[in-house]
Design a protein around this ligand. Sequence first.
Ligand code: BDR
Ligand code: CA
Length: 309
Amino acid sequence: STPVILDCDPGHDDVFAIWLAAANPAIDLRALTTVGGNGLLEFTTRNARIACTVAGIEGVPIAAGAAGPIHGLLHPAEQIHGANALGGPELPEPTVPEDPRDALTLMRAVLEESEEPVTIVATGPLTNVGLLVRDHADLLPRIARVVWMGGSTGRGNATPYAEFNAWTDPEAIALVLESGVDFTMVGLNISHQALITREVRERIRRIGTRTAAFGAELLEFFCATYEIAEHMPDGPLHDPITVAMLIDPAIATTVRARLDVETEGVFTRGATSVDLLGVLGTAPNATIAIDLDVDRFWALIEEAVGTLA
Ligand code: BDR
Ligand code: CA
């Protein structure tokens, strides 16, 4: 199975990415690292521990990373995820501990201890990964690839042209792209295909595990805020698509394309420029996820929450 470090900012959809990575036998989840994004680092770290506590996931170290982006201030997505970044269910006191190491120290340890290169899945702003490739470049050969939820081939959600994770830390994306690491972008163009319909919510509620019940409450809250903030009553479950693509590469179609990120821009900071037509004449540097096998995706999610506690 594929060794994975999951770097996240839970966040409702991040929680499902954690659950899928922990539950599916195709993934060997070696570490969870957290970043400020959907909420302050204090909340995203605590929420990662809560996600593991609810689902009975033990033995995966959880370490906190960067509190905010490389440049500028963090603007948490409270209108979507609530003030604690995990609005909806009553949150239990986490029993799964926080690792005393910081995220980069834990990432280094996992990468050095692994016999084979490790895949980094990132479902939040790329701050931790950007700092890793900038300040620990000797580890690059130990990173198999980076699969990131963020960006878009089209329009954004944080601003008209920038997706939230990209908008939060465009400099980090630039660092990761410059490093030359094998990079896959799972953007809004595909994540908006993973719609949490009423039928999906019903099916998850009926699964009957504690994890599914907690998950169903997360989804109700998330869809309610998405309806208000983005006029989408069936919100999109963005983040777990990254993990699903590792489990079953055929779950998404992809293309190779030139990817750049706007770090200046009056209106477009954080916009991802994806040269789908090849008009720039520069060599492709990224794999771009395009179309999702939606039924297969939900089957993986439902299987995961049914397998956990
Ligand atoms: C991304 O931003 C966050 O709100 C979600 O967790 C996801 O990673 C979608 O734009
Ligand atoms: Ca996220």
